[in-house]
Design a protein around this ligand. Structure first.
Ligand code: SD4
Length: 329
């Protein structure tokens, strides 16, 4: 199903008590939260289904959550049809596709790349930074140099179709700064969190960020604590949406911290969304969403606006779930 039509039909079920499903609506699940026994993997958006299945190949064999999340999001990074992640991503206003990613494991080790160009799998570069250097984050040319020196696959970006779209956009947007609209049409970041059969948690997040952003702009996705956070004693969370708003509330780390203080994953996501809402006087087009799991396998999600959903995979389930939300568009 095309994203546009998916969003039109995906009715957020956080509002199930107030709304009857619209005629023709695709009702994908009966709740925006739940609990799983055994390994579990959750990812943002519909491309998460395929990514989860790749992650599941690792989890089903008793493999590590860290290997699962890396393998999972690489599927999305390689998907040429995805306009917000990896090789098929949209460029910034100057025509550069700049990639952001981070990864975090059960030992609270983490790695990240930001503002990196021309490398096919930023998530694997982030993992290599985590595992082979003393640093957490490399950006721009430094990240590219590290990736090249370590033999990471290169890719030419933007791909032809995306370049054509960008040229069109350029013609229509001559001003130096015209605020690009960030909404449900241009969000596709993949954030993935998983628990393995050992009960260990890891997460990964990867994106080309806000389409037609200013050159040099970095969002929440590569920032540990904003776009992703894992605390193996408590749980894991990741985000999608307007990175600037998510960074302001240290979004994903806050979700995990609230779970530490007894919130369920869904309630923790909701509380952080409420903070974002409180801190912004203009909420027009300000979509942000979080997904979270805790150590007991409880999971949940919440977003500012309807339309955000996530993919869930366990031993018995493989489905999309609509997140709870604060408001309709
Ligand atoms: C960013 N959070 O760069 C990312 C964008 C995003 O779905 O999530 N898109 O701000």
């Amino acid at each position: 199903m095309k994203r546009r039509s998916f969003f039109k039909t995906g009715l957020g079920l956080g509002a199930i008590t107030m709304l009857q499903p619209l005629k023709g609506a695709t009702v994908l699940a009966s709740s925006f939260e739940g609990v799983a026994a055994g390994p579990i993997v959750l990812s943002t958006w519909i491309h998460g289904l395929e990514a989860n299945r790749a992650a599941w190949e690792v989890l089903a064999k008793g493999g590590k959550a860290l290997d699962a999340v890396e393998k999972g999001v690489r599927i999305t990074e390689a998907d040429l049809a995805n306009r917000s992640v990896g090789i098929g991503g949209r460029p910034d206003r100057d025509g550069h596709v700049t990639l952001d990613a981070c990864i975090m494991d059960e030992k609270s080790r983490c790695g990240a790349v930001a503002f990196m160009e021309g490398i096919a799998h930023p998530i694997s570069v982030a993992r290599a930074i985590m595992e082979t250097t003393q640093h957490v984050m490399l950006v721009g040319e430094g990240a590219e140099k590290f990736a090249s020196e370590n033999g990471f696959e290169k890719a030419k970006m933007p791909i032809a179709e995306v370049k054509k779209d960008w040229k069109e956009w350029k013609k229509e947007n001559k001003e130096i700064f015209k605020k690009p609209i960030i909404n449900h049409e241009n969000h596709d970041t993949i954030g993935m969190i998983a628990m393995d059969s050992n009960g260990d948690l890891s997460g990964a997040c990867t994106t080309s960020g806000w389409a037609y952003k200013m050159h040099g702009r970095v969002g929440d996705s590569p920032i540990i604590g904003a776009g992703l956070f894992v605390d193996n004693e408590i749980g894991a969370a990741t985000s999608t949406g307007l990175g600037e708003a998510i960074i302001r509330v240290a979004g994903s780390s806050m979700v995990v911290e609230l779970m530490r203080h007894g919130y369920s994953p869904a309630d923790a996501c909701k509380e952080v969304v409420n903070r974002i809402i409180k801190k912004h006087s203009d909420l027009s087009n300000l979509q942000c969403g979080f997904i979270a799991i805790d150590k007991k396998g409880n999971y949940g999600a919440y977003s500012v606006y309807a339309g955000f959903n996530y993919a869930l995979k366990t031993a018995s389930e493989d489905k999309m779930v609509d997140a709870g939300f604060d408001r309709n568009w």
